[in-house]
Design a protein around this ligand. Structure first.
Ligand code: SAH
Ligand code: SF4
Length: 362
């Protein structure tokens, strides 16, 4: 069972709740504090426009949700990984990535994940609990502050850390609203990645907010996808692709598919052909992000070699599918995709190599 999430941490409190804490203060203080927290990304103790006694009171009445356990920097300082502890002791990870042209933070939406994808370190560790809105928003604030210290401006948020965002919809949607309305990051700069939770994609389709959607596909036939991504048994490919088609028609926005390439499992010519066929059936072009599989302790199958990763990309290209290879960030600090398990123990799982119909596999 999940433990109860904390209430009214700094970024969980609504304006009304902050108003209650500030009842003995002039009205404008609520706005001052709100702007300080969200626009200036400030600690209450650093808001020198507030009276000193009030700052001290806020430290206890509006506590931070995240305690830093580790802050580790890699790739010449352009990747910063945080391990945060939450109330109750669960740990989550947040990764700040600084590129020449943009700064992106990858946030967690759950402590652990219940979806059980075998190749993913978070999936191997299992589910602990849902994150609250404030716990998600605070990850963005902490990353934004760090970026500012490095003379950069955080502009993008991807929900690609620990957890399945669409299995924690209420907290994720309200975090998206706060990140957009209060912190001021454009909805088009926010990306929710899902393993294919159909009801959540439908909700996003109906929602006026223009956030980006990434679907972690990894397999283009039900047999293989059932094995790699167990939730496929509940939301099989035909249903998922119909939902994606509706999303594309309603939003007119680009959809991306994530494809973690695993040696001999989903990197065959037949996989490229099946994926291309799925993409062709969509009303608008989808973009495929190929992610070379990152090693995780609990999964014995290897990632595809880099040469084959590029071959797979070229094969998709020849089949008319727009695909890019995503650079691994922070593999040396376990901060890359699917490695975010916060040091929890994992049980090895293996997925058999497949002979399939590939003409390049023995
Ligand atoms: N639960 C969501 C978001 C978090 S996972 C989802 O699955 O989409 C973020 C991305 O990392 C997903 O595309 C996921 O498939 C990918 N991923 C998981 N394990 C990986 C690994 N070992 N190597 C590379 N990518 C991985
Ligand atoms: Fe959960 Fe995504 Fe990992 Fe699957 S890939 S176990 S959905 S975090």
């Amino acid at each position: 069972m999940s433990t109860l999430a904390p209430r009214r941490t700094r970024y969980d409190a609504s304006r009304a709740e902050i108003g209650e804490i500030l009842t003995d203060q002039p009205r404008f203080r609520v706005d001052q504090l709100w702007k300080g927290l969200y626009e200036q990304l400030a600690e209450p103790s650093d808001l020198t426009t507030l009276p000193k006694a009030l700052r001290a009171k806020l430290d206890t009445d509006l506590p931070a949700a995240l305690t830093t356990v580790v802050e580790r920097v890699s790739d010449n300082g352009d990747t910063v990984k945080y391990l945060f502890e939450l109330e109750g002791g669960s740990r989550i990870e947040t990764v700040l990535m600084l590129y020449p042209d943009r700064v992106t933070v990858c946030v967690s939406s759950q402590a652990g994940c219940a979806m059980g994808c075998g190749f993913c370190a978070t999936g191997q560790a299992g589910f602990t609990r849902q994150l609250t809105t404030g716990e998600i928003v605070e990850q963005v604030v902490r990353a934004g502050r760090k970026a500012r210290e490095m003379d950069r401006r955080l502009a993008n948020v991807v929900f690609m850390g620990m957890g399945e965002p669409l299995a924690n919809e209420p907290a994720v949607w309200s975090a998206v609203e706060r990140i957009n309305n209060d912190i001021g990051l454009g909805a088009r700069h926010l990306t929710v990645s899902t393993v294919g939770v159909v009801p959540g994609i439908k909700k996003l389709t109906e929602w006026p907010m223009q956030v980006n959607l990434a679907v972690s596909l990894h397999a283009a036939n039900d047999d293989l996808r059932n094995e790699m991504v167990p939730i496929n048994r509940r939301y099989p490919l035909a249903m998922l692709m119909d939902t994606c088609a509706d999303y594309l028609l309603a939003k007119g926005r680009r959809l991306s598919f994530e494809w973690a390439l695993i040696d001999g499992v989903n990197d065959r010519d037949s996989d490229a052909r099946e994926l291309a066929a799925l993409c062709r059936n969509l009303p608008l072009a989808a973009h495929v992000n190929i992610i070379p599989l990152n090693p995780t302790p609990g999964y014995l199958t290897r990632g595809t070699t880099l040469a084959r990763v590029h071959e797979f990309r070229d094969r998709l290209d020849a089949l008319g599918v727009n695909a890019t290879v995503r650079r691994n960030r922070g593999t040396d600090i376990d901060a890359a995709c699917g490695q975010l398990a916060a040091g929890q123990p994992v049980i090895p799982i293996t997925l058999g190599r497949r002979s399939g119909t590939s003409d390049s596999q023995p």
